[in-house]
Design a protein around this ligand. Structure first.
Ligand code: SF4
Length: 171
């Protein structure tokens, strides 16, 4: 994503809003462009150079286990996708953090200093995250929202695993 587009993006979104056009349409285009830019490069990262950032809404709403401080607190009951996400991240040894907002996501990036980020979120949060991280390499994966926004959302685990393998330089 060019620096210019990243700076111009908030203005673009404001214009689209004024015109009454669905903002998610623009957001999907932005995510697509950012993903294509990342995927145009070749990576051979070490597992500890990869960070998976997740939204809290992937956790089952009725589960009271605190996974925001440490996702490995998950008891892996498989009632939500967190269990499988933890298993995949553990399998490849990559870092994984549940970020309840932009500030926590930024903190995780400062702490872990990844060379490749995989971010799972809705259109709005993914685009603001992509703008936020500037020139860093991000693969954005949209979450599925069968229960509406922000409630018991889901993610395609195959897409997550494929993104990890892409950064590792595997198949
Ligand atoms: S898999 Fe089970 S224990 Fe883990 S976060 Fe989901 S509901 Fe909670």
């Amino acid at each position: 994503m060019s620096k210019f587009l990243k700076k111009a993006y908030p203005l673009l979104e404001g214009t689209v809003d004024l015109l009454g056009i669905d903002k998610n349409h623009l957001r999907k285009k932005m995510i697509d462009m950012s993903n294509k830019k990342t995927r145009s490069k070749q990576f051979h990262l070490k597992p500890n150079e990869i960070l998976v950032l997740l939204p809290h809404c992937l956790q089952l709403q009725s589960c009271d286990i605190r996974i925001t401080t440490n996702i490995y607190n998950c008891k892996r009951c498989k009632k939500c996708d967190i269990a499988e996400i933890v298993a995949v991240c553990e399998k490849y040894g990559v870092s994984v953090v549940v970020a309840t907002g932009g500030t926590l996501a930024r903190r995780a990036i400062v702490d872990i200093r990844p060379k490749g980020i995989i971010a799972v979120a809705c259109e709005r949060d993914l685009t603001s995250g992509i703008v936020d991280v500037g020139e860093m390499d991000v693969i954005g994966i949209l979450n599925d929202r069968p229960n509406g926004p922000c409630i018991d959302t889901k993610v395609d685990i195959k897409k997550l695993e494929e993104a990890i393998l892409f950064y590792l330089g595997g198949d």
